[in-house]
Ligand binder design. Structure first.
Ligand code: BGC
Length: 716
């Protein structure tokens, strides 16, 4: 089967259809979408549907098979369609939202989870997932931080690679092609407002924002999605320098580039294209292949070719790339691939997948505070489970694909399952809605809390309040949740807060009042079992934040690897005029990047380097002793940070350069070491060349990004 030969035989119209992606609903010719408007509003007729190249948003393997079967009857060239879907954190079995999962500091776990999702997705008839999202994020007001792996470029690269490997593997049975998104720098939307402008220097773009997309490309990702945002004044989908220049020419990406939903037409709203004709011209010339949910190609490429603004060769190349992917996936020999209802049903929340989802939820929970209430004893006689997220399956998170709330283990069920005989009482107290104000349920919650041996209070934000289009002005908890907290605490001090969120929240007041806070994110299908295991000490928290939790929303964007400024604030507690600071609060986040407690405590000592000189091309070894000072076994993520003291461009106050997870029995001590080489010190200078510069470096090793002990070496 020769892809070029197929392309030679296709008419221009067929080629453009091949480059168009529509929602499954549009493909049903009997649905009357032409007459009722949706099709014609896109400038499409039902005839255009015959050769459509790919489809998104469909319902299960039977639906996929039916659409594909019909398509193969209608399409002159008999080219199977690709089925694409947002499989972001699980398909039917849902694991924690990516910002949560990333707190595991465990790329292998991410790979395993993505492999599990791929297996379920393939059985659903999904061929491509619109994941991973490799957008670096610094502003928790942006709802889509939920889909990201946080603020650190090094960690983002590891995760982006792991996700691609997990989803794609050898691209054979039980695998799906991955589509890294949103290229590029979508995570830097101004003021955290979705779809908003991004403007940054090319140096910052290359140093922080591009590496995780590049890591996916280097890992062999099959597709890249261009983003909604403007970058340097040009929408990403129209940005030739970004797509044709950096992605295709510099990184040698030979796969398929797809637009985001309707983003070609949005060029008109952005104001770079006067009409669809111009938009199509910009899109093709920038280097996009597939157009998602608009039809500017079908409507306008023919005339653009006649005008000499687009060449047929460009279109042929784009079609070839799409067909090559179909061929690589084996679709020409079997257009249905793994789509199989019985298989999908057998994998659906099966034991193996539930076990992995539970492990993931346990590994990513972050213990933010513990005054000694946790873990609760399993000997308790009476437990109260309170709050808006206690007795609901709606803790899967946004972008939950086919995940079902009724298959989710609630916190209440998880606690009951774990404790068996104990009395477990429940009261909702207040609603979790952002606008909730009704306090009438608080009395029942207080009654439940009184006399209980342990109180689990679930607070946070509903799953629908993070994700696309869910930017927030205020990251604090709603007042009504604080009212519930205050009243419950008056009734019972033995209370631990289980915090649900798809983003860092600004929970200063909570941190000052709650005896214990365990951040469980939106934990997925096994969220309740994982929470119960953690609360009652069957599992020990080990998650570490990959995004700073602001002390106040007004600090956003707040991130650990910031620059020093010429007038750094030396002390957050005092007000010093003319320093880079706020007069009404701290600079430092409430909980920094890398932070997370355990039920035990870890001590660091003997930080040292094998040499105080690093010869260019050589290595030095940094080591530290880590001791479990408590009485239970626990896992610590030992983090290596480096600061380059002087550079031709300003260097961050700290940068994560490595980490190791160590399991330590009570009282046990281990030496942990890291090799440092010149490559790890490289950065983009003002000339946009990446290299290490000679000079002095500080090395820090500790349990979070605020670790202070350091040793120094000189690169010569
Ligand atoms: C989102 C993408 C997503 C696409 C398809 C868009 O609105 O920005 O992340 O993949 O829809 O669902």
């Amino acid at each position: 089967m020769n892809v070029k030969k197929i392309v030679e035989k296709m008419t221009l119209k067929e080629k453009l259809q091949q480059l168009t992606q529509l929602n499954a609903g549009f493909l049903d010719k009997n649905a009357g979408t032409e007459a009722t408007g949706p099709l014609s509003s896109m400038g499409l007729t039902s005839q255009d549907l015959n050769g459509i190249g790919s489809v998104l948003n469909f319902q299960g393997p039977d639906n996929v098979k039916a659409i594909q079967r019909q398509h193969l009857e209608d399409d002159t060239n008999k080219i199977p369609m690709l089925f694409m879907m947002d499989v972001i954190h699980g398909c039917r079995t849902i694991y924690p939202v990516p910002i949560g999962l990333s707190a595991s500091f465990d790329p292998q776990l991410v790979k395993d989870c993505c492999a599990m999702a791929a297996k379920e997705a393939a059985a659903e008839g999904i061929n491509v997932t619109f994941a991973p999202m490799a957008d670096l994020v610094r502003d928790a007001r942006w709802g889509r931080v939920m889909e990201s792996t946080g603020e650190d470029p090094y960690l983002n690269c590891l995760y982006s690679r792991a996700a691609v490997e997990g989803f794609q593997g050898d691209l054979k049975k039980g695998k799906v092609a991955a589509c890294v998104k949103h290229y590029a720098a979508y995570g830097a939307a101004e003021a955290g407002r979705d779809y908003n402008t991004v403007d940054m220097s090319e140096r910052t773009l290359r140093e922080y924002y591009l590496p995780a997309y590049k890591a996916a490309v280097d890992a062999g990702v099959e597709m890249v999605m261009t983003s909604f945002n403007v970058l340097d004044g040009v929408p990403a989908a129209a940005n030739k320098k970004l797509v044709d220049g950096i992605l295709r020419k510099e990184w040698k990406f030979g796969g398929v580039v797809i637009s985001d939903y309707n983003s070609f037409r949005e060029m008109i709203t952005h104001g770079v294209a006067e009409n669809e004709h111009d938009a199509a011209c910009l899109a093709v010339n920038a280097g996009n292949d597939i157009e998602m949910m608009s039809a500017t190609y079908i409507g306008h490429i023919e005339s653009l070719i006649k005008e000499g603004k687009v060449s047929l060769k460009q279109i042929d190349k784009a079609v070839e790339r799409v067909l090559k992917l179909k061929k690589k996936m084996g679709m020409f020999s079997d257009p249905y691939l793994d789509a199989d209802k019985a298989l999908a049903d057998s994998l659906d929340c099966c034991k193996e997948h539930r076990d992995l989802a539970r492990k993931a939820a346990e590994k990513c929970a972050v213990l933010l505070k513990n005054d000694g209430v946790l873990p609760f004893s399993t000997e308790v006689k009476k437990v109260a489970v309170i709050g808006p997220f206690a007795n609901t399956g709606e803790i899967l998170g946004n972008w939950r694909c086919y995940g079902k709330h009724e298959q989710t283990v609630t916190v209440l069920a998880g606690v009951k399952n774990l404790l068996g005989g104990a009395e477990v009482v429940y009261a909702e107290g207040v609603s979790g809605e952002l606008t909730a104000s009704d306090e009438s349920g608080i009395a029942a919650a207080v009654k439940a809390a009184k006399g209980a041996d342990a109180v689990i209070l679930t607070l946070g934000e509903p799953q629908g309040d993070s994700g696309e289009g869910n930017s927030k002005l205020d990251l604090e908890l709603p007042a009504v949740q604080y009212k519930l907290l205050d009243e419950v605490l008056k009734a019972n001090k033995n209370t631990a807060v289980l915090l649900f969120s798809g983003r860092p929240l600004a929970i200063k007041r909570l941190s000052e009042t709650a005896p214990a806070i365990l951040e469980v994110w939106q934990p997925g299908t096994e969220g309740g079992s994982a929470a119960a295991n953690l609360l009652f000490g069957k599992a020990v928290p080990s998650g570490k934040l990959t995004m700073s939790f602001p002390a106040k929303t007004g600090q956003c964007p707040v991130y650990y690897n910031h620059y020093n400024t010429g007038r750094p604030r030396m002390n957050d507690d005092v007000r010093v005029a003319y320093t880079s600071s706020y007069i009404d609060g701290p600079n430092k986040p409430l909980y920094p990047f890398g932070y997370g407690l355990s039920y035990t405590a870890f001590g660091y000592s003997d930080l040292k380097l094998s040499s105080s000189v690093l010869q260019s091309g050589g290595t030095v070894t940094a080591s530290v002793k880590v001791k479990n000072k408590g009485s239970v076994a626990g896992e610590e993520t030992v983090q290596l940070y480096i600061r380059d003291l002087f550079g031709s461009a300003v260097r961050p106050v700290k940068e994560l350069k490595g980490f190791k997870k160590v399991m330590l029995a009570a009282g046990e001590e281990k030496e942990v070491s890291f090799e440092i080489n010149e490559d790890m010190l490289a950065f983009y200078g003002p000339d946009l060349v990446k290299k290490a510069e000679k000079g002095d470096f500080k090395v820090f090793i500790g349990g979070d990004s605020e670790c202070a002990d350091s040793v120094s070496f000189r690169l010569v």
